[in-house]
Design a protein around this ligand. Structure first.
Ligand code: FAS
Ligand code: PHB
Length: 389
């Protein structure tokens, strides 16, 4: 089998890249390890920057997001038993859109089916090959038979645990990592959100986040120890804990109910450099991970896709590799600024084991300063809505 671009992974990165390529007349095939239902079953991100939303529109997959997504002009910080609203739109002229990654994935999958894009699900042992030369290919197995997909380029959109980054380890790959000493215990419940906007809470007991998927479905998180087990967190314990981490007037109006999803995710900051090896390109979580505190993970995948798509389109349309040649350094500049913001937000909002009472006061002082400074609030706001591509 032969295509122009072989894409490994059918998450947001692979699907968005695949759709832009298809719409530009550039043939591509997605090889996905899991089933379509498994990919759709993952509960992940919830906040889209305008850049990501615009790319969904460009890919012809933005109509439902525009109809059902919730534009948010601000969010609340709570600390020292007080609220402070960050006026995203007032400070930056931009907003974010609350719309679950599951729905983004579904919309892109539907669009791919409408436009005849080929996705091979349950592709086993996918491996990028010969990407240093001009004849790269990808091998995979299906029903016990090994297949070869010859191509011009390989896009490694296979996430943190995928084969693409592993294939270039020891070949000049440099990684940078910070693992945080806590995780996030998250639940989804079909109850109305406690507030019409997100609430990020700094509390001596630990961080908490009040988010949503719609006006009838809430998404909540509490910081938890890394050795916590989901089965040790019955719903009642979760509801009690998150309400203890919020100002009283907020906690008292929280609607609780049975969780329909509950899981613990570890937090890390991670970057792999460079993001290009010959004809292989690392995209999205395959190249970088951010703690979800800044809502950047999914949105960074979008800017990677923008840069790579523009470079590949230029290769075919203008016989120029200028865009491809600068992909890695362009992507990494935006990646590192989002890494910095996500690291800063995580350090400011979470309770670290060794921080002590002094550390808690420093965090509260930072947030108090931020609440009183247009300059500091604008800095937070412009990072949260997304820095320019
Ligand atoms: P993905 O990991 O989404 O997709 C990779 C795809 O490659 C998957 O479909 C996988 O099955 C496939 N794959 C893997 N190995 C393969 C192989 N060997 N062969 C073929 N296919 C293979 N971001 C936020 O902004 N906010 C959040 O709240 C948030 N919460 C998160 C919670 C969790 C538990 C995780 C893991 C991530 C979270 N993220 C969050 C980040 C997340 O949204 C990612 O940024 C986003 O999924 C990145 O998309 P992709 O790069 O497509 O990677
Ligand atoms: C979510 O709704 O899942 C979400 C929102 C904002 C974040 C992280 C997660 O910063």
């Amino acid at each position: 089998m032969r295509t122009q671009v072989a894409i490994i992974g059918s998450g947001p990165s692979g699907l968005l890249l695949g759709q832009l390529l298809t719409d530009a007349g550039i043939d591509n095939v997605i090889l996905e390890r899991a089933t379509q239902d498994y990919v759709l079953g993952r509960i992940r991100a919830g906040v889209l920057e305008e850049g990501m939303a615009g790319m969904l529109d460009e890919a012809g997959a933005g109509a439902r997001m525009r109809r059902e997504g919730l534009p948010h002009d601000g969010f609340d910080l709570t600390f020292s038993a007080r609220h402070h609203r960050i006026d995203l739109f007032g400070l930056t002229g931009k907003h974010v859109i609350v719309y679950g990654q599951t729905e983004v994935t579904r919309d892109l999958m539907d669009r791919r089916a409408q436009t005849g894009g080929v996705t091979v699900y349950e592709a086993a042992n996918v491996q990028p090959r010969d990407f240093d030369g001009a004849q790269p290919y990808v091998t995979y197995e299906q029903d016990g038979i090994e297949h070869r997909l010859y191509c011009d380029f390989i896009a490694g959109c296979d996430g943190y645990h995928g084969p693409s980054r592993k294939a270039v380890e020891g070949r000049g790959l440099e990684t940078f990592e910070r693992v945080y000493p806590f995780g996030w215990l998250g639940i989804v419940a079909d109850v109305p959100p406690v507030s019409h906007e997100l609430i990020y809470s700094n509390h001596p007991r630990g961080f908490a986040l009040c988010s949503m998927r719609s006006n009838t479905r809430s998404r909540y998180y509490v910081q938890c120890a890394l050795d916590e087990k989901v089965e040790e967190w019955p719903d009642e314990r979760f509801w009690d804990e998150i309400r203890r981490r919020l100002p009283t007037e907020t906690a008292e109006k929280m609607t609780t109910g049975p969780s329909i999803e509950k899981s613990i995710a570890p937090l890390r900051s991670f970057v792999a450099e460079p993001m290009r090896f010959g004809r292989l390109f690392l995209v999205g979580d395959a190249a970088h991970i951010v703690p979800p505190t800044g809502a950047k993970g999914l949105n960074l995948a979008a800017s990677d896709v923008r840069y790579l798509f523009d470079g590949v389109r230029e290769h075919y349309a203008e016989k120029s590799d200028a865009g491809i040649d600068v992909y890695s350094q362009r992507a990494l500049r935006r990646v590192w600024k989002a890494e910095r913001f996500s690291w800063w937000m995580t350090n400011t909002m979470h309770c670290f084991p060794e921080q002590g009472a002094f550390g808690q006061r420093i965090q509260e002082a930072e947030l108090d300063y931020l609440a009183g400074s247009v300059a500091a609030s604008t800095s937070l706001a412009e990072n949260y809505v997304g820095l320019p591509y």
